[in-house]
Design a protein around this ligand. Structure first.
Ligand SMILES: [Zn+2]
Length: 479
């Protein structure tokens, strides 16, 4: 292309984008919800089955995000990683997902790369001319502008199918799931991995892939048993790729049913304020014993007297909580009353914690608790601008998900005096429907502020009550 033509082409392309006109602009039906799925891995996810007459059948309800990030009716090859891309599991997966969902569209986000080993599926990693992980995140985010991300399909392992690589595989796969969920802001997003074909001459990787569901929540593995290859002992033939897609759909549906059952349970959010040392010493081990997650709202609490520092966590201990899987939320730098600060000063206090998190390898918080629960429309606006999704206030009320502001979520403060004990247990007993009960704790126990102290025994009593009554216990970022 000569330079002049190139410029004309670029201008035209820009115009097309800016005006929102493209050849397929009408593909997404705005009156139907679209559920989108990210497809990643290597060649068998990309599809290497021979394209046949069945591949010509398209449906208005199954779309794919093409190479240029436009939604088009889905058709094999769904992927474009190599000219040999053919029939993969994607279309039969989408068709099976649609079976009991009449009024839904399925959007496929093809992002698999033939031959890619798991080591290139991490942030910043390059594979030939591409960045598989980064591009998958970018394309998923584009897809999420039109649809709701419902899950990830992963088929990969052939390139890591030897004794040495297989040994390191599980940790890499777990890290991949963690990274994806973090970067897509979907902490419990279903993840379905597939076994590699039994026709591979040697198989070290399936036993490892099958360990995933025991190690990672909301993960499943689909079997490749009885599936056949196209004669190369490596790639599924078209009919097996389609069967594999149906198996992915069955696993995904099972997880969706489980999560819809889960979401009907009464929900409690446990939050712990002020980065007290008792959170590290007493609370985190107790929560882990019960298998519950929680949000720790951290700040650098002003020290009034020498020796008080030992009552608070240091940043290494806060990082440990993050590594154990707990959410680290922002409680502002120095626990100042935000309603008395200028917008610039609010920003400074909030960014202080973000910078500390960055320094210690903790993700940027998306939840915040107002110091003393004090907030107003200005502090809410600043938080919104800074990208916060949830902010906790007080008020001793349930959080009504469809009515209350997400940046002023009410909560009940827990203290183990008789009066507060009665109030807490009543709030737990009366919790119904879609209401969410957010509990705010300080030290367990709280040495410096005895008026706000909760005894270890009372926390145990609450956790026991939650367990016995089958509550759903989540951290704030999962609201
Ligand atoms: Zn506080």
């Amino acid at each position: 292309m000569n330079l002049k033509l190139k410029i004309v082409f670029k201008i035209t392309a820009c115009l097309v984008c800016c005006l929102g006109f493209n050849a397929y602009g009408q593909t997404v039906n705005p009156s139907k919800p679209m559920e989108v799925y990210l497809l990643i891995g290597q060649s068998n996810m990309a599809g290497r089955g021979t394209v046949d007459t069945q591949s010509q059948i398209t449906s208005d309800a199954v779309l794919m995000l093409d190479k240029t990030n436009n939604w088009v009716p889905a058709k094999d090859p769904v992927h474009f990683d190599k000219p040999v891309a053919g029939v993969g599991p994607a279309i039969s997966f989408a068709q099976a997902m649609l079976k009991d969902k009449k009024n839904t569209q399925i959007g496929l986000i093809p992002c698999a790369w033939g031959g890619s080993p798991i080591k290139v599926w991490q942030p910043g990693a390059k594979y030939f001319e591409n960045f598989p992980y980064d591009e998958a995140i970018q394309r998923a985010k584009i897809a999420m502008q039109k649809g709701v991300l419902k899950g990830i399909l992963w088929h990969q392992g052939e390139s890591d199918n030897d004794p040495k690589r297989a040994e390191a595989y599980l940790e890499k796969l777990k890290t991949l799931v963690t990274n994806l969920r973090r970067d897509l802001n979907a902490p419990s997003l279903p993840f379905v991995a597939g076994e590699i074909g039994y026709f591979n001459k040697e198989n070290y990787i399936n036993a490892i892939i099958n360990k995933l569901p025991a190690e990672v929540e909301n993960a499943a593995v689909v079997s490749a048993k009885d599936l056949t290859d196209r004669g190369d002992h490596l790639h599924f033939d078209a009919s097996s790729a389609r069967e594999l897609g149906k198996r992915y759909a069955a696993a995904m549906k099972k997880m969706e049913q489980k999560s819809s059952k889960e979401s009907k349970k009464p929900t409690v959010v446990l939050t712990f304020d002020d980065a007290e040392i008792s959170h590290y010493n007493n609370v985190a081990p107790l929560l882990s014993k019960y298998g519950y997650n929680a949000t720790f709202f951290v700040c650098e609490f002003p020290i009034k007297n020498p020796g008080e520092e030992k009552e608070f966590m240091n940043w290494n201990q806060i990082r440990e909580l993050h590594k154990k899987g707990f959410e680290i939320g922002n409680h502002t730098g120095h626990h100042k009353n935000l309603t008395k600060l200028s917008p610039d000063d609010i920003k400074k206090e909030v960014s202080y914690i973000e910078e500390k998190c960055k320094e210690f390898g903790i993700p940027k918080p998306i939840s915040l608790a107002y110091p003393g629960n004090r907030n107003d429309s200005i502090s809410q606006r600043v938080l919104k601008e800074m990208g916060y999704q949830f902010a906790r206030a007080g008020d001793a009320k349930y959080y009504k998900v469809n009515e209350d502001l997400k940046l002023a979520i009410p909560s009940y403060t827990v203290i183990s005096s008789d009066k507060y004990k009665t109030r807490t247990m009543k709030a737990l007993q009366d919790l119904k429907g879609d209401d969410v009960l957010v509990l705010t704790f300080h030290g367990v126990p709280d040495i410096l502020h005895p008026d706000y102290s909760t005894s270890i025994d009372f926390l145990k009593e609450i956790l026991q009550y939650l367990k016995e009554n089958n509550f759903r216990v989540i951290e704030m970022r999962n609201l």
